[in-house]
Design a binder for this molecule. Sequence first.
Ligand code: ZN
Length: 396
Amino acid sequence: MNTESTEAKITAWLATQQQAMLDVLADLVNTDGGSYDKAGVDAVGARIKAFCESHGLKVETVKGERFGDCLRAILPHEGTAPTRGNHAANIVLMGHRDTVFPKGEPERRPFTIKDGRAYGPGVADMKAGLVMNMFVLAAFAKFGGAPGPMVGLFTGDEEIGSPEGRAVIEEEARGARVVFNSEPGRPSGNVVTGRKGGVFMVFDIEGKASHSGGNFQAGISAIGELAHKIVAIHALTDLERGITLNVGLVEGGQSVNTVAPWARGQIDLRYVKPEDREEVMAKIHEIIGRSYVPGTKARLTIKGEFNALTQDAAAKKLFGLYQGAAAEAGLKVEGEFSGGCADSGFTAQQGAPTICAVGPVGGLAHSPEEYLEISSFVPRAQAVARAVLRLEQAGL
Ligand SMILES: [Zn+2]
């Protein structure tokens, strides 16, 4: 097989697709799809499915119960390829379809283009990455040359911690050869080679109500207990090790003249090293289990979680391969560490060599100013395509 000419064909074809990419992107951005809007996230999925099927890919749907379905766009491979378990290992291009925006946002703020940048809800995070993945898959379907089976995984609930998507992602990762996660490239153009892990928790405290004027001593203040717990939890922060704790939401109480019968806090824990998670979680459990105000009781619930993205030897190889491929597309790319979490942590912890933020470059995600650098669309797609073609040479 003449991979050089396949590479030339694929990169040349991608170079002609910028307008087509923008057209699909406009459709996806203008389709509402906040994480809790299953119908919307699935409508975005229907557009992706139609595109993939019309470009020679087979699309499988893994039904989501409360959140968007997961879609697997499959490009099979004939011939030998490295295996994982008892099947050929998949080259996975991954991305999430949900956004953080409330219903109606695309109507208020539809897709627009100004001075080389595109705007609209989720334009960079990460609908442009989805479109890039779709076009890279379409290119391999059209010209062949992939060194193994490819899968485009389009999930539906990343912005809320992937409560349903996680199992599908982990299953995919266990059979993956490599994973490219197309979160937006950093404003500098860099990709992400390390991310913090995160645990999102809520704790509920039970006290006892009583009139704070007439019967003060009969009360047990859940809010008093909440205050102690917040101080103790925040004290677990260790900036040098990259461990942070933030009680970002609190509520509780009944009225100003009632000793508070209940209180609640929500905790965001971030860490760098997977082993630090257990150590900090043990301390949090101890704080939640202890009663600073005698008579209170408390309970901790984990609401969501992301694993840390760590870089093993194979992931380092993948980064080196990508960096070289990007350079040929005219991009200077370094690896950055991010405190933000993403699905790439799940794939890395399943042992799949993973690189994150290979999507088109953008910034100010989760805000109305979110933008995409249009000129990065084609070269970022070419970089991923080239990296895929050279997996074997890189020993991946
Ligand atoms: Zn994202």
